[in-house]
Design a protein around this ligand. Structure first.
Ligand code: ZN
Length: 98
């Protein structure tokens, strides 16, 4: 039955524009369900290809020019206090990354 989802959509309208201001953002804070930490998190990217361009100098030494990283694997989010896997919040984390 689709009646329930239709009713939910009408009741809770999601604004199409990105919300601005700390009042709206504070209700979207990620909180670790294991330890309650809401301050420190870390992200782990698997299978990263890091390409660095170098310029060779006259004396044979090298100077890095630019870095390009390409993530081929999955990216996971963890609580920095208890290392609980918070990957299910990763989309929200990326949306709030400035
Ligand atoms: Zn935690």
């Amino acid at each position: 039955m689709t009646t329930l989802s239709k009713k939910t959509q009408n009741t809770f309208r999601v604004p199409s524009a990105r919300p601005f201001g700390p009042a709206l953002n504070s209700s979207r804070r990620i909180v670790c369900p294991e330890c309650g930490n809401d301050l420190l998190f870390y992200e782990i990217a698997e299978d990263v290809t890091l390409t660095t361009s170098y310029l060779q100098n006259a004396d044979g030494s090298f100077t890095p020019q630019s870095d390009d990283s390409r993530i081929l694997g999955t990216v996971k989010l963890f609580c920095a206090e208890c290392s609980h896997d918070l990957t299910r919040f990763h989309n929200q984390f990326v949306e709030m990354l400035f």
